[in-house]
Ligand binder design. Structure first.
Ligand code: IFM
Length: 475
């Protein structure tokens, strides 16, 4: 087996080792026990929206296999599991009435996890907005933030202090810009002004929901948000290329970090996007609400971006798969005259370049900027075209190498002073990779979509061995 980590690269005893998934990507059972459609059910049913027309109808059928999946997590030695809740299971209609069967599913799952010695880390929103909420205006509508806070209150009261970490949103960048600007994600809208309103209302939803978590569970309740911060590099030190980098930083990162951690929208975000919006959706008091103090900042990292001054970008900045509908619209609102460059070196099946140093840079820079804010890697992983080998195993050595190098990057960031408290591998199992359907496999557990049988890949065995070795180092 591939070496675990370089000798002596030991993490502290309380460093949290976990894996992550999201409701729509694994659960299936889209009409079970009172659940109603989310925007992803509607979007995936739209011809051409996802690769191969794939939908989350069955996904990995986790809804019907939770006990076996939790047993598998235990076998792997996971200390924590990051999951998300499907809002449309909890509040299936616009009345906001709670569906007890929907909540009961998560109640049992949390209990099963705890019984297996696994800490539940719960994300309240991982992109599956109820369709009814979209019909009322979706994230561009202010009321969606209040509705999210109401939903949060029901979930937090039900699961309470059994949850190790509450995360309000996963990657609001994707929800806002891929959902409402480039339209490659649900609900498939292409309206730059709507995307900016969505950004603000997602930020507001984070603040309102975070305050609900604290109101219900107390001021020390563990609270986070997960951001897919972009590591952006300029192709040269020429002023025009540096300006291109600053624009992507602003619209990709600062538009969330600013309000959430500093209680302000940077002036350049407003200025750069003036052609699309006057930002009149920001009301007095919103920024104070959004800047709810966090226990830890969740960081998702996969790759880096290289930009230069040039023609406006199209699509989502990554190569689209053959035959997949590629958007003519850019998610990079206000970033005209920025060009994304292909990067040399190896990449994953997503076309994303493999660069562990980007994770070191991201974590150390965040620590320098927010020295008292602990960090958690809430997603990191790689898609490759895995297959079951004749010996019945999945020999995914490129994923093993990716994980080893990135986990060691976390170690290096810690050694440089960054206060990183945990690492969640994306993903526990192969799942519905949004617009790419089932064509991209991120799991450390292989899912045979015909039989739904699970097979632990070599990367899963490697990760289990790593966790065991890290634990043993503290005995
Ligand atoms: O599958 C997604 C996940 O839902 C959010 N972060 C990135 C992953 C890989 O694309």
């Amino acid at each position: 087996m591939t070496a675990l980590l370089p000798d002596g690269h030991t993490f502290p005893a309380d460093f949290l080792w976990g894996a992550a998934t999201a409701a729509y990507q694994i659960e299936g059972a889209v009409a079970a026990d009172g659940r109603t459609p989310s925007i992803w059910d509607t979007f995936a049913a739209t011809p051409g929206a996802t690769l191969g027309g794939d939908t989350g109808q069955v996904a990995a059928d986790h809804y019907h296999r939770t006990q076996a999946d939790v047993a598998l997590m235990r076998e792997l030695g996971l200390q924590a599991y990051r999951m998300s809740i499907a809002w449309a299971r909890v509040q299936p209609t616009a009345s906001g009435e709670v569906n007890p069967a929907g909540l009961a599913f998560y109640d049992r799952l949390v209990d099963d996890l705890l019984a297996a010695g696994i800490k539940p880390a719960v994300t309240l929103y991982h992109w599956d907005l109820p369709q009814w909420a979209q019909d009322l205006g979706g994230w561009p509508a202010r009321d969606t933030a209040s509705r999210f806070a109401d939903y949060t209150e029901h979930v937090v009261r039900a699961l309470g202090d059994r949850v190790h970490l509450w995360t309000t949103l996963n990657e609001p960048w994707c929800a806002a810009y891929l959902g409402y600007a480039s339209g490659v994600h649900a609900p498939g809208i292409t309206d730059a002004g709507a995307a900016l309103a969505a950004v603000h209302h997602l930020n507001l939803a984070h603040g309102l929901a975070g305050r609900v978590v604290r109101d219900v569970l107390g001021p020390e309740a563990p609270l986070s948000v997960t951001l897919n911060l972009h590591v952006v590099r300029a192709a040269s030190q020429q002023p025009a290329d540096l300006e291109a980098k600053a624009r992507i930083d602003a619209i990709g990162n600062e538009v969330f970090l600013g309000p959430m951690l500093e209680g302000r929208y940077p002036e350049r975000v407003i200025a750069d996007t003036a052609a699309a919006s006057d930002w009149s959706f920001v009301h007095d008091g919103d920024l104070e609400t959004i800047a709810v103090p966090l226990t830890v900042l969740g960081v998702n990292y996969y790759s880096t971006n290289l930009v230069q001054a040039g023609t406006p970008p199209v699509g989502d900045g990554t190569p689209g798969p053959d035959g997949h509908r590629s958007s003519e619209h850019t998610p990079w609102v206000g970033a005209d005259h920025v060009e994304f460059l292909a990067q040399p070196g190896p990449s994953t099946a997503m076309g994303w370049n493999i660069e562990p140093q980007g994770l070191v840079d991201l974590l150390t820079q965040l620590h320098t900027r927010y020295p008292t804010l602990p960090l958690m890697v809430t997603e990191n992983g790689a898609a490759f075209a895995d297959e079951i080998a004749p010996d019945g195993a999945v020999h995914d050595e490129r994923r093993v190498a990716y994980l080893r190098d990135h986990i060691d990057a976390v170690w290096q960031a810690r050694a440089a002073g960054a206060d990183v408290r945990g690492y969640f591998l994306w993903s526990l199992m192969d799942n519905f990779e949004w617009a790419y359907g089932y064509d991209r496999r991120f799991g450390m557990v292989y899912v045979d979509y015909a039989t739904l049988e699970r097979t632990v890949k070599d990367s899963g065995h490697w990760y289990a061995a790593l966790i065991a070795a890290q634990e043993a180092a503290h005995r």
